[in-house]
Design a protein. Structure first.
Length: 147
Protein backbone atom coordinates (compact mmCIF):
# COMPACT_ATOMS: atom_id res chain seq x y z
CA UNK A 1 0.00 0.00 0.00
CA UNK A 2 1.50 3.31 -1.03
CA UNK A 3 0.29 6.65 0.20
CA UNK A 4 0.42 8.16 -3.30
CA UNK A 5 -1.92 5.44 -4.65
CA UNK A 6 -4.24 5.88 -1.68
CA UNK A 7 -4.37 9.64 -2.24
CA UNK A 8 -5.23 9.10 -5.93
CA UNK A 9 -7.93 6.59 -4.97
CA UNK A 10 -9.45 8.95 -2.40
CA UNK A 11 -9.28 11.85 -4.86
CA UNK A 12 -11.24 9.79 -7.41
CA UNK A 13 -13.88 8.90 -4.79
CA UNK A 14 -14.22 12.55 -3.79
CA UNK A 15 -14.44 13.62 -7.44
CA UNK A 16 -17.31 11.15 -7.92
CA UNK A 17 -19.13 12.58 -4.89
CA UNK A 18 -18.59 16.10 -6.23
CA UNK A 19 -20.04 15.09 -9.58
CA UNK A 20 -23.13 13.57 -7.94
CA UNK A 21 -23.65 16.63 -5.76
CA UNK A 22 -23.30 18.96 -8.75
CA UNK A 23 -25.89 16.89 -10.61
CA UNK A 24 -28.22 17.04 -7.59
CA UNK A 25 -27.83 20.83 -7.48
CA UNK A 26 -28.56 21.10 -11.19
CA UNK A 27 -31.65 18.90 -10.86
CA UNK A 28 -32.94 20.92 -7.89
CA UNK A 29 -32.40 24.22 -9.68
CA UNK A 30 -34.30 22.85 -12.66
CA UNK A 31 -37.15 21.69 -10.40
CA UNK A 32 -37.31 25.09 -8.70
CA UNK A 33 -37.47 26.85 -12.06
CA UNK A 34 -40.24 24.52 -13.27
CA UNK A 35 -42.22 24.98 -10.04
CA UNK A 36 -42.00 28.74 -10.50
CA UNK A 37 -43.72 28.44 -13.87
CA UNK A 38 -46.49 26.05 -12.87
CA UNK A 39 -47.44 26.76 -9.25
CA UNK A 40 -49.05 29.48 -7.23
CA UNK A 41 -50.17 30.08 -3.68
CA UNK A 42 -49.08 28.78 -0.29
CA UNK A 43 -48.37 25.26 -1.55
CA UNK A 44 -45.92 26.71 -4.07
CA UNK A 45 -44.15 28.80 -1.43
CA UNK A 46 -43.75 25.80 0.90
CA UNK A 47 -42.47 23.57 -1.89
CA UNK A 48 -40.06 26.22 -3.09
CA UNK A 49 -38.75 26.87 0.44
CA UNK A 50 -38.12 23.17 1.00
CA UNK A 51 -36.28 22.94 -2.31
CA UNK A 52 -34.19 26.01 -1.40
CA UNK A 53 -33.26 24.45 1.96
CA UNK A 54 -32.26 21.22 0.22
CA UNK A 55 -30.23 23.24 -2.28
CA UNK A 56 -28.39 24.98 0.56
CA UNK A 57 -27.71 21.64 2.27
CA UNK A 58 -26.32 20.06 -0.91
CA UNK A 59 -24.28 23.19 -1.68
CA UNK A 60 -22.74 22.96 1.79
CA UNK A 61 -21.89 19.29 1.21
CA UNK A 62 -20.35 20.22 -2.14
CA UNK A 63 -18.18 22.89 -0.51
CA UNK A 64 -17.02 20.33 2.05
CA UNK A 65 -16.11 17.81 -0.64
CA UNK A 66 -14.22 20.47 -2.61
CA UNK A 67 -12.24 21.33 0.55
CA UNK A 68 -11.43 17.64 1.06
CA UNK A 69 -10.32 17.29 -2.55
CA UNK A 70 -8.00 20.29 -2.21
CA UNK A 71 -6.68 18.93 1.08
CA UNK A 72 -5.93 15.46 -0.29
CA UNK A 73 -4.34 16.85 -3.44
CA UNK A 74 -2.11 19.22 -1.45
CA UNK A 75 -0.60 16.44 0.69
CA UNK A 76 2.95 15.31 0.11
CA UNK A 77 3.76 11.63 -0.06
CA UNK A 78 6.91 11.82 2.05
CA UNK A 79 7.12 9.50 5.05
CA UNK A 80 7.08 11.60 8.23
CA UNK A 81 8.82 10.69 11.48
CA UNK A 82 5.68 11.52 13.50
CA UNK A 83 1.98 11.44 12.70
CA UNK A 84 0.64 14.70 11.30
CA UNK A 85 -2.07 15.75 8.83
CA UNK A 86 -1.85 13.51 5.77
CA UNK A 87 -0.10 10.64 7.55
CA UNK A 88 -1.20 7.09 6.92
CA UNK A 89 -0.98 5.26 10.25
CA UNK A 90 -1.12 1.49 10.39
CA UNK A 91 -2.04 0.45 13.91
CA UNK A 92 -2.76 -2.80 15.67
CA UNK A 93 -6.45 -1.86 15.47
CA UNK A 94 -6.79 -0.52 11.95
CA UNK A 95 -5.43 1.77 9.26
CA UNK A 96 -6.04 5.51 9.62
CA UNK A 97 -5.55 8.46 7.32
CA UNK A 98 -5.06 11.30 9.78
CA UNK A 99 -6.44 14.76 9.12
CA UNK A 100 -8.49 13.74 6.07
CA UNK A 101 -12.03 13.11 7.40
CA UNK A 102 -13.42 10.87 4.66
CA UNK A 103 -14.80 8.07 6.80
CA UNK A 104 -14.17 4.46 5.86
CA UNK A 105 -12.95 3.54 2.36
CA UNK A 106 -11.76 0.24 0.98
CA UNK A 107 -8.32 0.42 -0.62
CA UNK A 108 -6.49 -2.66 -1.91
CA UNK A 109 -8.86 -4.85 0.14
CA UNK A 110 -7.94 -2.95 3.30
CA UNK A 111 -10.40 -0.72 5.16
CA UNK A 112 -8.85 2.71 5.70
CA UNK A 113 -10.55 5.20 8.00
CA UNK A 114 -10.01 8.88 7.31
CA UNK A 115 -10.37 10.86 10.52
CA UNK A 116 -10.11 14.56 11.25
CA UNK A 117 -7.58 15.94 13.69
CA UNK A 118 -10.40 17.36 15.81
CA UNK A 119 -11.82 13.86 16.36
CA UNK A 120 -10.78 12.34 19.70
CA UNK A 121 -8.87 9.47 18.00
CA UNK A 122 -7.28 11.93 15.59
CA UNK A 123 -6.03 13.99 18.51
CA UNK A 124 -4.55 10.90 20.15
CA UNK A 125 -2.76 9.87 16.96
CA UNK A 126 -1.17 13.27 16.30
CA UNK A 127 2.55 13.47 17.05
CA UNK A 128 2.85 9.74 17.77
CA UNK A 129 5.71 7.70 16.29
CA UNK A 130 6.08 4.08 15.24
CA UNK A 131 5.82 1.66 18.19
CA UNK A 132 4.02 4.24 20.38
CA UNK A 133 1.06 2.82 22.27
CA UNK A 134 -2.14 4.38 23.61
CA UNK A 135 -5.69 3.46 24.60
CA UNK A 136 -8.94 4.78 23.23
CA UNK A 137 -12.42 3.72 24.39
CA UNK A 138 -10.93 0.78 26.26
CA UNK A 139 -9.05 -0.46 23.19
CA UNK A 140 -5.26 -0.60 23.00
CA UNK A 141 -3.49 0.74 19.92
CA UNK A 142 0.11 0.33 18.84
CA UNK A 143 1.47 2.33 15.93
CA UNK A 144 3.02 -0.32 13.68
CA UNK A 145 3.99 1.80 10.67
CA UNK A 146 3.51 5.35 9.45
CA UNK A 147 3.68 6.66 5.89
Amino acid sequence: MTKAKLFRHVSVLITEKISHLQQDISDLQKDIAEDSKSSAGDKFETSREMAQQELQKISSQLAGQLRLKNLIESQDTETPSIIKVGTLAITSSGVFLVGIPIGKVLFENTPVTGIGVSAPLGQLLLNKSENDQFSFNGQSFRIEKIY
